[in-house]
Ligand binder design. Structure first.
Ligand code: SF4
Length: 286
């Protein structure tokens, strides 16, 4: 019997689900809804939403309509204020985990803490968080920390991008401590457990199967990470963004296939792939 193992943690995470469902609902009654950057890093979902009236802009200046949705990554305070000033009707779908970081950065910065964000400098979530404090610095990794000069502060707050690997977060913090000193260093755990749980489950599946299919958009950073961790364990790991990508795989040689997905992969796509393998005599095992 050919086996199909489907991850339990699969499909949209709750932050992405909330943003996409809100956009869908709004587009039932309004003809155009604006956003900055892709609302979700998945071309299949974006294509559907665009057909229904979602307009993706690169900056506030490009927004021509009244209705605006903030994606789960959030936006900087300055951008939100600018949108309000222009009388836009804002639907704020910033993930509550990201919103919490906005609040922490703003408040501790006001209390006099110098803020260090560990994360990808160009990621929209990090850019948004950065905009909530005046004295803020972003450090990406250990190599980035090595480049900075030794310095000291009175008080420091350290937060991390939600999708960071917790081990990596701690490693970077350890390196920061060697370079930057302060009488008070407040380190907060701002990592979202959802992506970490998916990584753990994907690694376990990759050990038990002949091939792994990682379903998700090529631009999705957490899908890319899943692909990387699975590929390390199982050389037959494939990135499947769209149904046609399955044509590239000669899966007949695999007795067991694992299916995992990033947090921006829609269920309709996962279903389509699962049905296809079931039709081809793979049986789902728990
Ligand atoms: S991965 Fe976590 S932090 Fe990011 S949108 Fe989903 S629930 Fe929110």
């Amino acid at each position: 019997m050919k086996k199909l193992i489907i991850a339990k943690n699969i499909g949209f995470c709750f932050g992405v689900k909330r943003a996409v469902e809100t956009a869908e609902k709004l587009l039932e009654t309004i003809s155009s809804l604006y956003t900055i950057g892709n609302i979700v890093h998945n071309p299949l979902v974006i294509e559907k939403l665009k057909k229904r009236g979602l307009v993706i802009c690169n900056s506030i200046e490009e927004i021509k309509g009244k209705y605006f949705i903030v994606r789960s990554h959030g936006l900087s305070k300055k951008e939100i204020e600018k949108l309000k000033k222009e009388n836009k009707k804002i639907f704020d779908m910033t993930c509550p985990f990201v919103k919490r970081i906005h609040y922490l950065v703003e408040n501790w910065n006001k209390k006099g803490h110098y803020v260090i964000i560990i994360g990808n400098k160009n990621h929209p979530e990090v850019l948004g968080i950065k905009g909530y404090g005046a004295k803020v610095e972003v450090l990406e990794d250990k190599e980035d920390v090595e480049k900075i000069k030794n310095r000291s502060y009175n008080k420091i707050l350290i937060v991390g991008q939600t999708t960071l690997n917790f081990k990596k977060y701690l490693e970077v913090i350890e390196n920061i401590m060697k370079k930057i000193s302060a009488s008070e260093i407040l380190v907060l755990n701002t990592i979202c457990k959802i992506t970490e749980e998916r990584e753990k489950e994907a690694m376990k599946i990759a050990q038990d199967v002949d091939a792994v299919l990682v379903l998700g958009g090529k631009e999705s950073s957490n899908t890319k990470k899943l692909y990387k961790v699975c590929k390390k364990i199982c050389k037959n790991t494939f990135y499947i963004e769209k149904f046609l990508d399955l044509n590239k795989i000669h899966y007949d040689r695999f007795k067991s296939i694992g299916i995992v997905s990033g947090t921006s992969t829609p269920y309709f796509f996962i279903d389509e792939v699962v049905k296809y393998f079931k039709k081809n005599k793979y049986k789902e095992v728990l």
